[in-house]
Design a protein around this ligand. Structure first.
Ligand SMILES: [Zn+2]
Length: 94
């Protein structure tokens, strides 16, 4: 698995409708669509992998995220984590 290049991400790019941040539309392993911040974050925990026509988001445990960062893998944050208007996105609370 290779990290997605910028060009490969083009079909998934979008802008958050509430805060206008640059995001990528990924799909979780459960098949749910999930907005992810387009820019990698030093505290990210989402690994993005292009698989065919899908951008698959794998949410890592903190241990996995630490190992990935040690290997200089670029990790992202779910846009939910940083969007100032996250309540617009979420129907459920946790
Ligand atoms: Zn937003």
């Amino acid at each position: 698995m290779t990290p997605p290049a910028g060009v490969a991400l083009a079909p998934f790019r979008d802008t958050c409708k509430s805060c206008r941040a640059r995001i990528l539309w990924a799909t979780t392993r459960e098949g749910e669509r999930m907005p992810v911040n387009a820019d990698p974050a030093s505290n990210g925990n989402v690994l993005l992998v292009v698989q065919g026509a899908l951008l698959v988001a794998a949410v890592l445990t903190s241990g996995q995220a630490r190992m990935s960062r040690a290997r200089r893998t670029r990790l992202h944050l779910a846009h939910f984590a940083t969007c100032p208007n996250a309540n617009h996105h979420r129907r459920r609370t946790r």
